[in-house]
Design a protein around this ligand. Structure first.
Ligand code: CTP
Length: 401
């Protein structure tokens, strides 16, 4: 595969593995990619600007406040001049700075200022890699769309053994190629609509009715569909989790807003309704905060039914997505309720899950689901919500193929 015409900005931070960056530059040049190097102060203890410059055949940037560099190419322009930013090796320190949004040298400033995809290849002592702080930083970065080439396991320069060694340059090159020339996924050219999270139905400006939902399962499904190449529109109620990478998010509050956003996202090839939509809304929500009056009875709320978004979009018509998938979150009679929902809402599949409090599924990281369709019932093992999402995305790709 050729990288001709591509330009990579390679950031080299400190660490004994920095010497492998020289090999990576050589491999990238061999594929025809342009390479511009940014070397941190610590990185320059391990490799010299001169050797990087010779291999990259380009100027090497080292100092944030160099006036010549600023007049030639400011750090903002530098951060956007490449198709991809690669940090290899990425130390625990630079990962922490990226996660925290620090910009105290050229490398971290460029990383904060960029609007381009970022790939990191961590390398550090095994204890530093396994430390909860580093793992939390990696999770944060991944949630923001940063790609990670996982470190490998082996003997380290510090005489310890375990994960933390920089991935080999050919493996980092393969990850770069996959990002710059992605192979078309099985869902490329397809549009997927996903709902996720709860809805909030206002009572007054400070109070609302809501359903329990973290949005984790719906967001994971949106991410998994995007990973398989689909263009994804995620209509999400209020959640505290990060937007999934490579997905267009349409934030909404109420069920009626969610329905409007879904309608305007059509046409779609597949629609997955994972949102926990509030079934009722308050008739005439108060425009001002409802005050307690001493001795007076609490206000009586009149509830109106909300539209059923799944049933509306699944109703037969020219705009009906080819595949419509709903969820059934139940505390009893799971299968009977799921089957009834399949028919009543005109869905093609229902993903049924038991959300009794003792299962820990609501808000948790795992899920146990059954796929209910006209063809029958399929039981899936206990999986993380991410794995349920990936498996569902693969099944969707097969069904649409
Ligand atoms: N759903 C929807 N719009 C609603 C209610 C539910 O789109 N107003 C969707 C959910 O996203 C889910 C499916 O319908 O995919 C089933 O949701 P659930 O809350 O289990 O079903 P309800 O229809 O609300 O039935 P009940 O509350 O009686 O169990």
């Amino acid at each position: 595969m050729s990288l001709a015409g591509n330009r990579v900005l390679l950031i080299i931070s400190g660490g004994i593995a920095a010497y492998k960056a020289l090999e990576l530059v050589r491999l990238l040049r061999g594929q025809g990619s342009g390479v511009t190097c940014v070397l941190t102060d610590n990185g320059s203890q391990f490799v010299t600007p001169l050797s990087l410059q010779a291999l990259s055949e380009s100027k090497v940037y080292t100092d944030l406040f160099s006036l010549t560099d600023e007049s030639e190419m400011g750090h903002i322009q530098l951060s956007r001049s490449a198709d991809l930013l690669v940090v290899a090796p990425a130390t625990a320190n630079i990962l922490a700075k990226m996660a925290a949004g620090l910009a105290d040298d050229l490398a971290s400033t460029v990383l904060l200022a960029t609007d381009k995809p970022v790939l990191v290849a961590p390398a550090m002592n095994v204890r530093m890699w396994l430390h909860p702080a580093t793992q939390a930083n990696i999770t944060t970065l991944q949630q923001r769309g940063v790609r990670v080439v996982q470190p490998t396991e082996g003997a380290m320069a510090c005489n310890e053994f375990g994960p933390g060694r920089l991935a080999e340059p050919p493996d980092i090159l393969a990850a770069i190629e996959a990002l710059l020339n992605p192979a078309p996924g099985p869902l490329s050219g397809r549009h997927a609509l996903v709902t996720s999270g709860p809805t909030h139905e206002p009572i007054d400006p400070v109070r609302y009715i809501a359903n329990r939902s973290s949005g984790r399962q719906g967001h994971a499904i949106a991410a998994a569909l995007a990973e398989l190449g689909a263009r994804v529109t995620l209509v999400s109620g209020p959640v505290t989790i990060a937007d999934p990478p490579d997905v267009t998010v349409r934030p909404v509050e109420t069920a009626r807003q969610m329905l409007d956003a879904c309608r305007s996202a059509l046409p779609a090839d597949v629609a997955v309704f994972a949102a926990a939509v509030a079934d009722w809304r308050v008739d005439h929500a108060s425009a001002t905060k409802i005050k307690k009056q001493p001795g007076a009875a609490p206000p009586a709320l009149t509830l109106l039914p909300n539209p059923d978004i799944l049933a509306t979009i699944a109703a037969a018509g020219p705009d009906r997505p080819r595949l419509v998938i709903g969820f059934a979150a139940e505390t009893d009679d799971l299968m009977a309720n799921a089957r009834a929902k399949l028919t009543r809402k005109n869905a093609d599949w229902i993903v049924a899950n038991d959300v009794s409090p003792e299962t820990g599924i609501m808000g948790g990281a795992e899920n146990v689901v059954h796929i209910v369709s006209a063809a029958g019932i399929e039981a899936w093992p206990r999986l993380t919500k991410n794995d349920v999402a990936r498996r569902l995305a693969r099944r969707i790709a097969e069904a649409l193929a």
